[in-house]
Each structure stands twice: as C-alpha cells, then as structure tokens.
Design a protein around this ligand. Structure first.
Ligand SMILES: CCCCC/C=C\C[C@@H](/C=C/C=C\CCCCCCC(=O)O)OO
Ligand SMILES: [Fe+2]
Length: 665
C-alpha cells in the first residue's frame, strides 16, 4: 500500500498523441492494480497524476498499458512511463519503464522496469514469461527474406508500407524525404529542358547542369578533378577509402610490356621504399554491362598503382584497365606521361569502377545491408529489457525503411542502377554477390582492416586515423555498458538470448558467414564487446565515411562517372570526342547529380552519434558511461577541427558532430 505518482511521457513527433483513452496498471511482485485512469496522451507532453493504492504491490516490475478506442484507432507514441513510490518511512523512489514505441490497437502492452534484466532470475519467472511473449510477437513482425540469392538476408517487406510502424520514418523524416525526392525529380526535368538545345561536346558542358555546386568541396572537385594528386587523395580520404592497400609485391596481373622496363624499375624501387600502393578492381572482371535505352554500356576491371610521396601526396604511377587475358595477353598500361586526354580517360575509367565498388560494396553491402541484418536479428532475438538491445536500438533507427526504399528505388528493376549505371541491369547484383563472398569480419573492424591494408600510421590517411580513434571510443562505451551487466565471462556464455542473437546474425542473416570469420557464439565479454563495437561503428562512423562524400565527390560527374558508354581505350590516341562519347550523357549525369545530392545531403532531423534522447537505461552507472562516451567524442571533435585547420582539404566525414547515430539515408 502507498501513494504513487505516475508520469506518462508522449513522443514529440507529429501525430504522437492520441485521441484514444489509455488505461494503466501497476504490476508488483506481490500484486497488480488497475489505476482506473482514462487519459488522452498529448504530443510532446508529460502528464502526471497521483494515486493511493491500498494493496501491497511489492516492488514494481511492470507497467501495463492499453489504448481504448471507441470508434477511431489513433496510434500513440509512448516515450516512457515513470513512477515515483512514496512508502511509509521510505524516501521517494523513482522507477522508469521505457517504451519508445507506437501503441496501436487495443492489446495490453507490458513495460518492464529498466533494471529488470539484472533481477530477472529472482523474480518468479515473471520477466522470463514476458520476454518469451515479446519475442514471439517480434518474430511475427520482423521476418527474414532472401531478396536476391547470394547476398545477406533482408527484412520481409515488399515496400516501406509493409514494415512495422516502429520501423517506419517518423512524420518529419518522411515529409523531408518525399519533398527531396520531388525536388530532385523536378531538377532533372528542368535540366533536361535547359540542355535540350545546348551542346554536349566538351567537359565544360557539364557546367550546364552543375547548378552552383551543392557543397564547397564539390566546387573544388570541379576545379581540381584532373590533377593527379587530387585523384590519388580520393583513395585515402574521399568517399571510398576502403580499397587502397599497401603493396607487398608487384601484382601478378601487372604484366609489364616490352620497352617499359624503367616503369618496372620505378615500381620496384617504390616497393622497396615501402611507399607503393594499389587499388585493384578485379571484382568487376567479367561483370555483364548494362544496356540503357538500347545503348550498350561498358565496364573495366582496372588496377591502379600509386606512390606515397614524402609530403603525404598519393600519386598515380600506372593504370591497367583490363586483366591480362587470352584476347589481350599484355593489356596496355596508361601513364601520367601519356597525352593528357588519354591519361584523363584512363583515370575516369578508374573512378567509374570505384563508383561501382563504392556504392555496392562499401556503402550498400558493408554498411546498409550489414546494419539491416543487425536490426532484424536484434528485433527477433533480444527482448526490450536486454542490455544489448538497449545499447544497439538507438543505432538501428530508420535503417529498415531506408534499405527497403533502396531495394525498390535504386537497385530494383528500373531503378537508378538500371537507369544510369553501367553495372545496372543485373550486373550490380553479381557485384553484390561477389562482394558478399569476400565480406570478412576483419574488414568491418578498422584496427584489423587498416592493419591488413597497411594504412595504420600513414600521416595523410585521415580516414584511417579518425576511424581508429572512433573505434577505440566506441569500444570503451560498449565495454562500459557490458561490464555493468556481465560481471564475468560465464554470464556471457550462459545468456541464451545473446547467443541466439549471435547465431541469427552469422548463420541466418549473413548466410553462414562463420567461414568469413564471423562468430557463432560469444565466449567472453571481450568477444562480445568487439562484435558490438563493430555493429555500432558500422551503423554510425563507417556509414558516415562512405555516405556523406557522395555530395562532395559525385555531383561533379566527370570526377566519378556513374556509367561509361564506350569501351575502355586500347591505344593512346584518345580524342575529346571519344571522352565525351564515353562519359555519361546529359540525362544520366543529371540522375547521378540528383541521387548523389539526395543521399549525401545533411539530414535535417539527424541525431549525432551518442546523443540520442531515448533513455533505455537508468541509474548512475549507464549514465556515467554515456557521459564519458560523449566527452570522448567531444575531445575527438576538437582534435579533428584543429587538425583540419592546417589542411588544404579538411577531412570532415568522421567528425563526431557529423556522424549520424544510425543509418537513415
Ligand atoms: C547512388 C547509388 C546508391 C546505391 C545504394 C547504396 C546505398 C543505399 C542508399 C539508400 C538509398 C535509399 C533510398 C533512396 C531512394 C532515392 C530515390 C530518388 C528518386 C526516385 O524517387 O525515383 O544509401 O544512401
Ligand atoms: Fe547511405
């Protein structure tokens, strides 16, 4: 018996309130009581009321709530319920029941109090029963589907409308997203009209559709894209810093034609000096090129060799556009000393190939589709009271919807890839399949990946430096939360939901990825922390590193052409007509610019890394860990700002304030 003050907190997004009435119960260890209230929750409001309860409820474990609709069903977004208990001769005690979900229909929802997971073993199985019922319902809502064979599984939803309400964009996000789509489609139409009667026979003609440049760096790209150091820089710190690797030997595919022995000597010297680097696009070899509006597009599978200069500049040394084969046993090598248009076209072929692997492998597969697997497995295996659910859920916001939209608008039949990309028309799916077969656990963990690629400690590798710093900061955050809940390794080993989650990701979502180093169980807190750090890094920092740069590096189309309309050159006499006949046409270029802006622009409702408002945990321990996380991020922010001040090209994509807390675009 005692007096209780109850606070009902409603979400702040549009339509979060409800005209339906809400009924509440308090459930204690010894009894439960219906509070007899009928409140209509209002958007953004916290509504308090007090009740005297005659029964001895015992320690509160759940709040139960039900929305009652007479005529119209009106979903309610409940943030949380907080209860203060005033009992005789005891000081007031605050108990929080997090929700952060839509309450639909008229079923009863059970909210466990935030520390429930810690006391679940002593509480007569009440929590166990709740967890089982919750997961049973979640497994119905969140199903797996194989969208295309050979790539990670996805959520079972033909379009975003089929997703559960809790996985949908909130109103503000949806309105902004749809508005941007309309703006983009309108811009394409206007540019088509504007260029109908104009010439398209010089590289400067791309200016006709480059309206003002969507960013300062995009304007710089337009001015400097032809420069070799600017070209090389992008493989270190551009929109795709994931392919560059330090050479440990001359690649076997690099067949040196007779008469170019001095090139071989230069390469070997750079190799000995430890400053030879390479980017190999062999993954594209043999991929079927797209046919766009009846016009066959073309693909290459380049190898690019670069040298790291003492001043940190990365300069291209040689480009081989095709793998040696029966029809071309010694493919021509293109050099900086070639005629300027020839060398420019060879570099353009490299950047077109980089566009394919960036968007399909680095961006879509290694961030979006990985995050989707984490999201579906989390919803299917971890109950809301589980500490790893609470740790991860803020980093999974909106990902299922943005990925579902990508499947219906970008990589679908008739989508962006089919309309304007030379791997479109099905080749893009083969690239995804090939990339999936070489998707290792190590490649998703920067300390391992960058060590394997020889990029640790390279002074001008700013992505590499910032990625390792962020990894360490996120790792400390994850360890802080894990150590509060798993006091020894045995607790990890004996957590059935956690082990099921691990298996669901590796064996189901990633289709038996244990062969590629992914774990099928966690034997220690360290193993758990490493994996969860990878999850959060992938959903935040890594996506930021490969998404934001689309706006800066892809809106000046010649710098990263989305398609190539003529075969790669096989001789050195390249004309401007050949270059313009190869580059994307006006329509394709307009589509590329619009999509790059749509995906790379700053999201108005973005939540910066570590600054989500939802409080899934409570008590001083988790709050102290989160506070330390935010402090570490702010320290890194200041470090990056200071470093960037001395750079001609600041590297901004891993500034914590620019990293979104989840993949939402
Ligand atoms: C530029 C190619 C991107 C390839 C896919 C990589 C990552 C997925 C992407 C998500 C996009 C999701 C939806 C975009 C839909 C835009 C459609 C606009 C035009 C239209 O409506 O037809 O990550 O950002
Ligand atoms: Fe993205």
């Amino acid at each position: 018996m005692g007096r209780y003050r109850v606070r009902v907190a409603t979400g702040n997004s549009a339509f979060s309130g409800s005209n339906n009435q809400v009924q509440l119960w308090l459930v204690g260890l010894r009894a439960e009581v219906e509070l007899g209230l009928r409140l209509r929750p209002a958007r953004g409001q916290m509504e308090d009321f007090e009740v005297d309860v005659s029964e001895d409820l015992g320690p509160l474990q759940f709040v139960k709530l039900r929305k009652i609709h007479l005529l119209i069903k009106d979903a309610w977004f409940c943030n949380h319920i907080t209860v203060w208990v005033f009992e005789q001769s005891m000081e007031e005690k605050e108990i929080v029941f997090p929700c952060y979900r839509w309450v639909e229909g008229d079923g009863i929802i059970c909210l466990p109090e935030t520390t429930a997971w810690m006391i679940r073993n002593e509480s007569q199985g009440l929590f166990q029963k709740h967890q089982e019922e919750e997961l049973k319902a979640r497994r119905t809502l969140y199903g797996w589907v194989s969208w295309k064979k050979g790539i990670p599984l996805s959520v079972a939803a033909a379009s975003e409308k089929d997703l559960p309400l809790d996985a949908r964009f909130h109103e503000e996000k949806k309105v902004d997203f749809e508005r941007t789509r309309v703006v983009g489609v309108t811009e394409i139409a206007l540019k088509r009209l504007y260029t109908l009667l104009s010439s398209w026979n010089s590289l400067e003609d791309f200016d006709q559709i480059f309206w003002g440049g969507k960013s300062a760096l995009a304007k710089r790209v337009r001015l400097s894209w032809k420069d070799d150091d600017f070209f090389g820089y992008q493989f270190l710190n551009g929109v795709n810093p994931t392919l560059l690797r330090k050479s440990s030997s001359l690649p076997t595919r690099l067949v040196i034609p007779p008469g170019t022995e001095d090139l071989k000597a230069q390469l070997e010297r750079k190799l000995q000096e430890g400053c030879l680097f390479e980017v190999d696009f062999s993954l594209l070899a043999g991929i079927q090129a797209n046919v766009i509006q009846g016009e066959r597009q073309h693909l290459a599978a380049p190898l690019l060799m670069l040298k790291m200069e003492p001043d940190g500049k990365l300069l291209p040394m040689v480009i081989q556009l095709q793998l040696p084969g029966s029809d071309s046993p010694v493919p021509p090598l293109f050099l900086p000393s070639d005629p300027s248009l020839t060398w420019l076209l060879a570099k353009a072929w490299v950047k077109n190939s980089d566009f394919q692997l960036h968007e399909l492998q680095a961006h879509l597969l290694k961030t979006h589709l990985m995050a989707e697997v984490f999201a579906v497995a989390t919803m299917r295996c971890l109950p809301g009271m589980h500490p790893i659910f609470k740790l991860l859920i803020p980093h999974l916001r909106y990902t299922l919807e943005i990925n579902t939209r990508a499947r219906t608008k970008l990589i679908s039949n008739g989508g962006f890839f089919d309309q304007a990309v030379n791997t479109g028309g099905g080749g893009h799916l083969d690239v995804l399949r090939r990339a999936t077969t070489c998707l290792t656990y190590r490649s998703l963990c920067p300390p391992d990946d960058l060590a394997d690629r020889g990029l640790l400690g390279v002074p001008s590798a700013f992505y590499a430096h910032d990625a390792v710093r962020l990894w360490d900061i996120i790792s400390r955050y994850v360890q802080g939360i894990v150590q509060l809940h798993y006091l020894e390794d045995e607790v990890v080993r004996s957590d059935p939901e956690l082990q099921a989650w691990c298996r669901e990701i590796t064996e189901i979502g990633l289709c038996k990825a244990q062969e590629r180093g992914f774990p099928v169980s966690f034997q220690s807190r360290d193993e758990l922390c490493h994996f969860v750090t990878m999850c959060i890094f992938t959903c935040t920092a890594q996506h930021s590193a490969v998404n934001q740069g689309q706006l800066d590096w892809y809106t000046w189309v010649p710098n990263a052409p989305c398609t190539m309309r003529q075969p790669p050159p096989t001789t050195k006499d390249v004309t401007l007509e050949m270059v313009m006949a190869t580059m994307p046409n006006v329509h394709q270029a307009c589509i590329q610019m619009t999509i790059s802006w749509h995906l790379g622009r700053f999201q108005p409702d973005m939540v910066p890394l570590g600054h989500h408002k939802e409080q899934y945990f409570s008590g001083p321990g988790p709050q102290a860990v989160l506070n330390r996380f935010q402090e570490d991020l702010y320290t890194l922010e200041r470090e990056i700002v200071a470093r960037n001040e001395s750079l001609d090209l600041p590297y901004e994509y891993l500034k914590p304030s620019r990293i979104e807390n989840s993949i939402t675009i």
